[in-house]
Every structure is written in structure tokens, then in C-alpha cells.
Design a protein around this ligand. Structure first.
Ligand SMILES: Nc1nc2c(c(=O)[nH]1)N[C@H]1C(S)=C(S)[C@@H](COP(=O)(O)O)O[C@H]1N2
Ligand SMILES: [Mo]
Length: 196
């Protein structure tokens, strides 16, 4: 178990970012409900500016080296949940398998509900960015993005794609679902980068 809740010290003095309030429950926030994802059919595709494209089944994915972390979770609408226990594959270790081309600068995450979100490659290449399939010692619930979602504790949570199915390495930034609708590309909660 790796407690990474201290990562806020890189960004600010307070664990709770400005303008946030702590919540006890774990609200569900989805643009259009929970899509049906058949675990037997699910695959994660890694494509774009990579040396080798990957297509990984859930069984293969769960067999990759994984880690359980305690993380905080900050939604741009104003709630934060402390001490979430996620189990998954670290983003950098997954990308190592594909090999990132040196013209790759951003990553577009694609999801089964049509959601997308874009994050700079450097912001993805952190060990706290997990492709998570476990929550609190159980399988990640479907409402929270199961079978597999991304978590980004150093960013507002809209950067963490639920029901993730694709990682597309980009050679220039693009805007994802909420970024096209006015939310921030960089989304640092301690700088209150909500819009822009
Ligand atoms: N695929 C997908 N991922 C998504 C969303 C979504 O609508 N679709 N909503 C985002 C937003 S705004 C937040 S706050 C978190 C919410 O995660 P939760 O429902 O597990 O709390 O998921 C993010 N990832
Ligand atoms: Mo959110």
C-alpha cells in the first residue's frame, strides 16, 4: 500500500485545494450515465505516437504489475474525497511497454461512453496516475468507471477517464469532452485551474 496523499505539498500548503469541500461519500459524476461494458470484450488500445501499438484484454491487464495507492480525489464542481484506495497499473509502466515516440507531447484518453480527455504527457508520466481496476479492495464499481478507469490525484478528476478503452499519444495538444466545453487543459486544483 502506497500512500501518495502528500503529493499536494508539490502544489500548495493545504491538502484540501482552494474552493473545495471535503465529502464523506463517493459521488458519481458521469456525462451520460454508466455505459454497458462487457469485461470479456473490453480491450485497452494504446495507439498514436508509440513505437508499438498495444491491444490488451482485461485478463492480460490484470496480470500486469500493479500497485495499491491511497489518493485524494478532487472534482472540479467543488467536492474532494480524501483517502481513496485504488489498485491498478501505473501509467508510466504501461507506456514503457508501447515505447513513446519522441514527438509525443500529449495523451488523449478515450472511453466507452464517448468521453475523452487530454493531458500533457509529462502530467501522465507520474507514478500516481493509475489505470485502476480496484477500489477499496474490490473490483472497481461500474458507476465509478469499472472495469478500468484512470485516476489523476494531482489534477481535477475530469482528467481521469472512466471506462477507459484507449490511450492515444498525440503530437500536439487537442481538447477533450470537458476541455472543449470550457474546462482547463491543465486542471491544477491548487491553482484553481477550473476553466480556460
Ligand atoms: N468516461 C467518463 N469519464 C469521466 C467522466 C465521464 O462523464 N465519463 N466524468 C469525469 C468527472 S467530471 C469526474 S468528477 C469523475 C467522477 O468520477 P466518479 O463518478 O467515480 O466520482 O470522472 C471523470 N471521468
Ligand atoms: Mo468532475
Amino acid at each position: 500500500m502506497n500512500d501518495v496523499t502528500e503529493l499536494y505539498r508539490e502544489f500548495g500548503d493545504n491538502r484540501l485545494p482552494p474552493g473545495q469541500r471535503e465529502t464523506d461519500g463517493f459521488p458519481v459524476l458521469s456525462k451520460s450515465g454508466t455505459p454497458a461494458v462487457d469485461p470479456a470484450e473490453w480491450r485497452l488500445e494504446v495507439f498514436g505516437a508509440v513505437e508499438t501499438e498495444l491491444s490488451i484484454s482485461l485478463e492480460e491487464f490484470r496480470a500486469l504489475p500493479s500497485e495499491t495507492q491511497i489518493q485524494d480525489f478532487h472534482c472540479v464542481t467543488g467536492w474532494s474525497k480524501f483517502d481513496c484506495q485504488f489498485t491498478g497499473v501505473r501509467f508510466p509502466s504501461l507506456l514503457e511497454r508501447a515505447g513513446v515516440r519522441n514527438d509525443a507531447v500529449h495523451v488523449m484518453f478515450h472511453s466507452a461512453d464517448g468521453y475523452t480527455t487530454d493531458l500533457a504527457l509529462a502530467d501522465c508520466m507520474r507514478d500516481e496516475v493509475l489505470l485502476a481496476y480496484g477500489y477499496d479492495g474490490e473490483s472497481l464499481p461500474a458507476d465509478h468507471g469499472g472495469p478500468v478507469r484512470v485516476v489523476t490525484p494531482h489534477k481535477y478528476a475530469y482528467k481521469g477517464a472512466k471506462w477507459v478503452t484507449g490511450l492515444e499519444l498525440l503530437t500536439e495538444p487537442e481538447r477533450g469532452y470537458w476541455e472543449q466545453r470550457g474546462y482547463s487543459q491543465t486542471a491544477n486544483p491548487w491553482d484553481e485551474q477550473r476553466y480556460g
